[in-house]
Design a protein around this ligand. Structure first.
Ligand code: HEM
Ligand code: HEM
Length: 160
């Protein structure tokens, strides 16, 4: 198994642990629910990287074929899962700002905005759509690097 399978799983566990030790638990606030569902969708898409790395590094042909077929079957959903995640994050951020107000000293807000802006602005989603419309090596690397950056920003956002 590629190390990214473990990293993705770890981020999910950290988020679940954070939420279960939250001040309000077991009552689940709607803004947290939106954040968590978006996280699951993002991790699902990011797992594509783990699958591709496994294909590249595996030695047996049958394993390569198995993963390639799996990856092909999921591809039609990839862009809609990513776009939905973006929508959920915008709702998550709107709910959070409505509830807590906007405070630059609040690290959760700052790290959230950073993560959100990678996903929104220059973002994974835009590079993804550009890549789909007209693929190029540069767009592939941009999409991949922004995805990687987003992974670590989300980790920061959740542990802070
Ligand atoms: C990809 C982007 C994002 C993901 C996956 C995400 C996910 C999450 C998750 C799972 C939580 C609950 C866990 C915890 O309390 O630590 C959370 C909390 C929070 N998020 Fe985000 N978030 C994102 C973007 C944002 C943005 C853009 C903002 C900016 C307004 C934001 C602000 C917050 C705040 C203030 C909390 C704490 C809420 C509380 O303690 O009740 N997040 N986020
Ligand atoms: C949460 C958001 C997203 C994440 C984390 C994500 C992540 C990834 C990853 C890891 C890959 C494989 C990278 C590689 O080439 O080695 C990939 C491929 C790709 N992504 Fe995304 N992506 C997201 C959203 C989107 C969106 C919204 C689109 C819109 C069309 C998109 C389009 C593509 C395309 C066209 C490919 C190449 C097709 C293929 O995998 O064979 N992505 N993405």
């Amino acid at each position: 198994m590629n190390k990214w399978f473990y990293f993705n799983f770890l981020l999910l566990i950290v988020a679940a642990w954070k939420i279960s030790t939250n001040y309000a638990f077991p009552q689940l606030h709607i803004h947290i629910l939106f954040g968590m569902v978006a996280l699951i969708l993002i991790l699902f898409n990011w797992t594509r990287h783990a699958v591709f790395s496994t294909i590249r590094s595996s030695t047996t042909r049958s394993k390569k074929i198995k993963y390639a077929n799996l990856s092909k079957r999921i591809l039609p959903f990839h862009r809609w899962i990513g776009t939905t995640a973006l929508l959920l994050i915008v709702i998550h951020a709107t709910l959070v700002i409505n509830q807590f107000g906007f405070d630059w000293k609040n690290m959760k807000i700052v790290s959230g905005l950073l993560t959100g802006s990678v996903l929104v602005g220059v973002g994974v989603v835009i590079s993804g759509w550009m890549r789909r419309i007209k693929p190029s090596w540069r767009k592939r690397i941009t999409h991949l690097r922004l995805g990687l950056m987003m992974f670590f920003l989300i980790l920061l956002h959740i542990i802070l």
